[in-house]
Each structure stands twice: as C-alpha cells, then as structure tokens.
Ligand binder design. Structure first.
Ligand code: NOJ
Length: 591
C-alpha cells in the first residue's frame, strides 16, 4: 500500500516537473541586454550553407531527372524575372573552388543538400540509380573531408523528383513516406560511412505552406486550408520513418546523427502584459515551429492547433478536423525521432490577436486568429519579409529549450539578403546582422541553451526561389551574368572569418577593429563590381581609372571576364557612335 502511494506520488511529481519544464518560457520578460563580449565553448562548429537547386545548376546533366523546381521555374510568371536554377552558381562544376573558399574561411562544417532526382531520376530506387550523380556527391564529400570540413547533409531541400509529383501528387500522397525512405536509405548506404550529420527535411513549413497552400513555391498548388496540413502530416511521418531506418540499420555501424531543420521566425506579443497577446504570440510559434517540433519531441500536434483547426472545421460544417490525426501507434513512433534539432532563423514579428470568422475562406493563416506587425524602426536591408531583430533569436532559442527539453541544436540557417541593384561588396549591414545575431546566440548559450554549431546562410549568392536572383544572401557575391559565375568576397567574409578565428567576440577594441579592416579590403573591388552592375557607360570611366584591377584578393580570371564582357561591347558601341557623328560632320561640311 505504502509502496503504491510512493509510486503514485512519484508519478504526480514527475508529471508536475514535466509540465512545468515545458511551460516555463517566460513571455513577460524580454530583457534586451547590451552586447556581450565572450567566446563560445571549444569545439563550437562554424559553417556556411547551400542547397542543391539553389546552387548546383547542371539541371539536366549526367542523367539527372527533373525536379518540381525545374518544372515550376519553367512556367512563366512564377519566378521573379522568369529566372531558373538551370545553371545558377554552377556549383556542380565549381565545388572544388568553393571548398577552397570554405578552407580559407576556416569553416568547420559545410551544409549542403542532395538532389533526389540527381541520384534517382524517376524518384524511385527500384527503377534507376544514377551513378554519375552519386559520384558527384562522393567527390564533394571526400574533398570536404580531405580539407577537414564536416559535411552536414540535407536529404530534402525542396527539389522533389517531378515524376513523383506527376504520378502521386507529391506530398499530398502518403506513398511519399516510403519513396523518401528508400531514397534516404540509399544515401545512408552510399555516403553514411563518411557523413555523420543528416537532416531529413529543410524547413517543412515552407514545403507545406508555400508549396501546397499559397502556391508561391513548387509545385504551386493552392489547396487552401487543407493542402498544407496534409503535406505536413506526410512529411512528419516520412521524417520519423527515416530516423527509424537509420536507427535500426545504420546507427551502430555509422555512428551518425539524424535531425530535422525547422525554420521559424520569433513571435513577440505586442504587449507582454496582455494575456491575449501572449496567447496569440504562442499560437504564432506553435503553428510555425510547434506544428513539426511538437509531434517529433512530444508525440502529437500542439494542443492549440488541434483546438483551433478543429473548432473552425466544425464551424465550416465539416465532419472532421482539417488537421489530420495521428493514431496512438503513430504518435509513439514519431515521438523522440530527433538526435539534434536544426534551426533556421531570420527574423521576428510582433503578434496580436485577430479574430477571423469562419466561412470567409478558411486557410492555414486564418486558422491562427492573429495579426503580424513589424516595428518600422527595425532595419530591413534585404528581402521584404526580413527585418533585423537580433533579440528575437535569443527568445526563440530559449523557447526551444523550455518546450522540447533542451535538445542539441545546430543553427542551420541565419543570414540576411540585400536588395540593391548596384552591388555593394562592403556589406556593413550584413556584418552588423551577423555580429548581433551571433551575439544573441552567445547569450542564449549562457542562458543554458544547448547550441553546438552555427551555419551562416549562405556561402554564395544563389537562386532565391520565387525571387530568382534578385535577393542575394551570400557571403560571396556571384556574378550570374558571367558564364563562369565568378565569386567575389563581400566584406562580411572577412568579418565572419574573425568571429571564427576568435571563436566569438574577445573584447570591444578588437571587435570594433574587425569591421574597419573588413571594409578596407572590399572597397576597391567593390567599385569594379559596381561598374558591372550599374550604368555601364558611366562606370566604365571609373573602371579605367581603377589601378587595382589585378591586385585585390579576387580571382583575376573573374575580373578579366568581367572586363571583356563589359569593356569590349561598350568600347565598340562608343566607336560606332563616334564614327557616325564624325561622318555627319564631314557630310555637313561638304554640303
Ligand atoms: C530558408 C530556405 O531554407 C533557404 O533555401 C532560403 O534561401 C532562405 N530561407 C532565405 O530565404
């Protein structure tokens, strides 16, 4: 009897501890402290990231099959300026050069993704394995390891084989769970002796919402209110299945880790003393990151999602919730399938409650009953949606810690773009963004968040999905108009290098000197590049006057290409114009 009582008490206590552990994120306190000088723990991993469709190019080379992005980008009007990733950065051919850039920066890891249709052109393992595609990734992985750079490999960064979309409807279909598992299993078999960090999905929120709800991304479906939930449901199951496959078949031999990369903005209550704002902000996060993280860490969708989507589905007169349901077996199968959490983070929103009456076009967005706001004072140097709000990063990291039992985190994406037409390699706003966001991550580490690594997004400017090449996130500028796609370091390369070599921010004097030194290295080459990007005839003058043409730290070959491409046609045009004017004068004189 006494034993039973003690056991019961123990269970109650465990439950209380559990509940409070997941509940103790303090919404009411947001101390925005000043810059923190200090360093990261030894062994903290610094890296940069990319993805296959955004950088590889070679879209139809060496037996690669078509992906949904190859197909989507070909439809007129879907992508800014009808750009495609057909050649992009030519990463397929230039990976050796890119590894040299990484080596120069002393990166500890490189995050890239494997293109599913490059190694399985039809998407199906039992149909055809493309050995040339396998060889490309073999070579890339081997060369990274030779240079002591750890590969962190994403299995799915959005480029589903087009045939799977056509045959099955992509992630709307449950059969995708097995097809993805076959593909992942093949990757473990072929690369797992060397790859120890696997990410199943990159940003499943975007796959579901932008691919199947708004249709802004491939495959471009607009299945409002249902498509995203269904896609997410299959993605979560596919993730869990792949984790179990690794766990059962490969872990003991290969000793690697399998995680998922979730991207989330932070949502801050407009008024942290107002309970309704706090609840709205929490809903924002739960519908964003919690949608995927809660099943994976805790076994089911967030209660608030079940409540809201269920209630609104009922009001619509539907017999069941638009949010699918996991069976008890599925819940326990999915729970705990994460060796580390990959976290992508870029920006923050203020959130307040807003009621969307049901029946007026229900959608994922209206299900949340909230409004998003931004502070006009927040800097927004790049993409329309990207405001620089460093303190949001620390809040998000602490939220993850309290909600999901302080998991091991790798920051898999963080960075900022630029939207200007004339290129400025002296990207001081990016240096500031990195400095402040990385500093907030350091503060989060001091708060006890278990962050093990940081990945700057992105190594190179690349194909920014529906924005084409108009938004540049790279540490390296890529000249996309030039056939050879030369790379040029922005000032932030120098700055990031300093953070890496100091493993953080040693002291004020030193950190302040970094920016100055970084800007010194970028200004001469910057003028050159600006000449290519802006009004050619005007800038041609500064190009001729620039004596540092071949003296910068940049590949001379790139300059030469640029010079021939810009100078030759322009000089020819000027010559023709001048001759015409001369001729006119001559003729007039005669008449
Ligand atoms: C997240 C995506 O994973 C990545 O592909 C994209 O380039 C960045 N966000 C920036 O939008």
């Amino acid at each position: 009897m006494l034993q039973r009582c003690i056991l019961r008490l123990y269970h109650v206590l465990a439950l209380v501890l559990c509940v409070s552990a997941s509940d103790d994120f303090d919404w009411t306190k947001n101390e925005k402290s000043s810059f923190y000088y200090g360093t990261f723990p030894t062994g903290f991993s610094w890296g940069a990231g990319s993805s296959a469709y955004q950088t590889e190019g070679a879209w139809n080379i060496d037996g690669k099959g078509m992906s949904i992005w190859d197909a989507f980008a070909r439809k007129k009007g879907k992508i800014f300026s009808n750009d495609t990733g057909d050649s992009s950065c030519e990463g397929y051919y230039k990976y050796k050069d890119d590894i040299s850039l990484m080596k120069d920066m002393k990166l500890n890891h490189y995050r890239f993704s494997i293109s599913w249709p490059r190694i399985l052109p039809s998407g199906l393992k039992n149909e055809h394995i493309n050995e040339k595609g396998i060889k490309y990734y073999d070579d890339l992985i081997n060369m990274l390891l030779e240079n002591k750079i750890t590969p962190i490999v994403t299995l799915y960064h959005w480029d589903l084989p087009q045939l799977l979309q056509e045959k099955y409807g992509g992630w709307q279909n449950g059969s995708m769970v097995n097809h993805f598992n076959d593909f992942a299993n093949l990757c473990f078999e072929r690369f797992g002796n060397r790859v120890k960090y696997w990410i199943t999905f990159n940003n499943p929120w975007s796959i579901a919402v932008e691919g199947y709800e708004t249709g802004e991304h491939a495959p471009g479906l607009k299945l409002k209110g249902t498509g995203a939930y269904k896609a997410a449901h299959h993605i979560i199951k596919a993730h869990a299945k792949v984790w179990h496959t690794y766990d059962m078949q490969w872990r003991s031999k290969q000793k690697g880790l399998v995680g998922i990369s979730l991207t989330a903005d932070w949502g801050e209550p407009v008024d942290i003393t107002n309970q309704r704002d706090i609840e709205a902000a929490e809903r924002y996060i739960q519908f964003y990151m919690g949608w995927f993280a809660t099943p994976i860490f805790n076994g089911d969708y967030p209660q608030v999602m079940k409540d809201y989507v269920g209630r609104k589905s009922g009001q619509q007169g539907l017999g069941a919730s638009r949010l699918p349901v996991f069976s008890p077996q599925e819940k326990s199968y999915i729970k705990g399938t994460c060796d580390f959490l990959g976290l992508g983070h870029f920006t923050t929103r203020y959130v307040t409650m807003k009621n969307y009456p049901s029946g007026l076009g229900d959608s994922y967005f209206s299900d949340r009953d909230l409004a998003e706001l931004v502070d006009p004072q927040w800097p927004d140097p790049g993409s329309e949606w990207l405001y620089s709000v460093p303190w949001g990063f620390r809040r998000l990291l602490n939220f993850v810690k309290t909600q999901y039992g302080n998991p091991m985190i790798y920051v898999t994406e963080n960075g900022v773009s630029e939207k200007m037409q004339c290129t400025d390699l002296c990207d001081d706003w990016r240096m500031k963004y990195f400095k402040d966001y990385i500093n907030e991550m350091l503060k989060a580490l001091k708060d006890g968040v278990n962050v093990k690594g940081y990945t700057a997004w992105s190594l190179l400017d690349n194909f920014e999905w529906d924005e084409g090449f108009s938004e540049r996130f790279g540490l390296y500028y890529v000249d996309f108009r030039s056939k050879n796609k030369p790379r040029y370091p922005k000032a932030s390369v120098q700055f990031y290098k300093r953070i890496i070599s100091s493993n953080g921010f040693p002291n004020q004097r030193e950190v302040e000197s970094w920016k100055r030194k970084a800007v010194e290295t970028c200004s001469s080459s910057n003028q050159l590049l600006a000449a290519g990007q802006c009004d050619t005839v005007f800038n041609i003058m500064s190009l001729f006057h620039n004596k540092t043409l071949s003296s910068g730290p940049y590949p001379l070959i790139g300059h030469m290409e640029m010079v021939t491409e810009i100078v030759v046609p322009t000089v020819c045009t000027l010559c023709i114009l001048l001759s015409a004017v001369f001729l006119m004068f001559l003729l007039r004189g005669r008449l």
